[in-house]
Design a protein around this ligand. Structure first.
Ligand code: ATP
Ligand code: LTN
Length: 329
């Protein structure tokens, strides 16, 4: 084991939004100073729900590019596409056999994502086993994710403990690292729901690749209450509170400072300031993204990430194969 190992994944489905950035990617970038950092574009998780093949291919590269543009430095971290390293699916299969139906039935994300769907794949149900494999292959100690993923990381610890107690020390137990603020950026249309890539209403989320005009429009039209006071009150003023949260994270100011800054001012003025802040955040990110996609540098980064990740994961997979009793080649 090599001390601190950070692993996180992101699905290449839909358009990445500022919730993904503030809740996850920003932390990934900030935490790269020490230890081994691994980030994975989880295309195999994405096909648990229907995907258009051409869109999935393009989104996979887009998300990878945005992760780098958001500050994940390929010199310091490994970045790769999940389907490029077959060990993930192979360990996922093995872990399936150490997870109970009862445990999986308690996963709230499955319940939410399967509701009112005509077709629910076994893959969607089994999603957390593959996620556990992603994490456990690398002796991961920390998993930076948003609040919605806490239960999956708990399940990962659980299956690791079960395997360890049966076969002896094999897996490291990871801890979820959830940001104190930013863990849950809410929709601009319905601030009681989280900002989501899979939301059909595109006005709810500010995309990381949105043009400045679109950003301004979405923030200006964001749902707020009929009052006038700019005060942080999630229950009574969820829309204003959400915009204040976004503004405070982007500007690096506390909520109390934001309240003081906008005391006695109108919603319109505050929304303009919030929109300016988000446009300012996205401008350099979008410039880095465009440069990376046009230079061909991304493909090299991903190829290197796949090779290096396999060197690490394959040892672990072979250890598991040995322990469960597979004949080695
Ligand atoms: P969907 O919105 O379609 O459910 P998602 O954005 O939650 O997708 P991922 O792409 O897998 O799913 O999420 C990537 C990371 O972004 C995860 O760590 C997740 O917790 C975080 N994240 C997603 N939405 C938000 C949000 N609204 N606020 C904060 N963090 C978020
Ligand atoms: N389930 C996660 C994405 C994901 C992940 C992982 C996150 C897949 N594998 C491993 C952390 C570690 C999500 O939907 N956000």
């Amino acid at each position: 084991m090599i001390g601190r190992v950070v692993f996180s994944g992101i699905q290449p489905s839909g358009n990445l939004h500022i919730g993904n950035y503030l809740g996850a990617m920003r932390q990934w970038a900030a935490g790269q100073q020490a230890g081994l950092n691994i980030f994975c574009i989880v295309d195999m998780h994405a096909i648990t729900v229907p995907q258009d093949p051409n869109v999935l291919r393009e989104k996979t590269l887009e998300v990878a590019g945005l992760v780098v543009a958001a500050g994940v430095d390929p010199e310091k971290s490994l970045l790769f596409i999940q389907s490029h390293n077959p060990d993930h699916a192979n360990l996922g299969w093995a872990l399936n056999c150490f997870l109970s139906m009862g445990q999986m039935n308690r996963m709230t994300q499955f319940k939410e994502k399967s509701e009112k769907k005509d077709f629910v794949s076994v893959g969607l149900f089994d999603y957390p086993a593959l996620m556990a494999a992603d994490i456990l292959l690398y002796d991961t100690t920390e998993v930076p994710v948003g609040e919605d993923q806490r239960q999956h990381v708990e399940l990962t610890r659980n299956v690791a403990e079960r395997f360890n107690s049966r076969f002896g020390e094999t897996f490291v137990l990871p801890v979820p690292v959830i940001p104190k603020s930013g863990g849950r950026v809410m929709s601009l249309v319905d601030p009681t729901k989280k900002m989501s890539k899979s939301d059909a209403d595109l006005m709810g989320a500010v995309g990381l690749l949105d043009e400045p005009d679109a950003v301004v429009k979405k923030i200006k039209l964001a749902t707020t209450d009929s009052g006038t006071e700019i005060r942080y009150d999630v229950k009574k003023k969820p829309g204003v509170a959400n915009l204040m949260g976004i503004y405070s994270l982007v500007k690096g100011k506390s909520l109390a400072e934001v309240e003081v800054e906008f005391q006695g001012r109108q919603y319109g003025e505050f929304k303009t300031a919030a929109a300016d802040a988000v446009v300012g955040l996205l401008k350099p990110l979008q410039a880095r993204y465009k440069e990376l996609r046009s230079s061909g540098g991304l493909e090299k980064i991903l190829a290197n990430g796949a090779k290096k990740s396999y060197e690490l994961s394959h040892k672990k997979l072979m250890e598991v194969y040995e322990k469960v009793g597979f004949v080695r080649q």
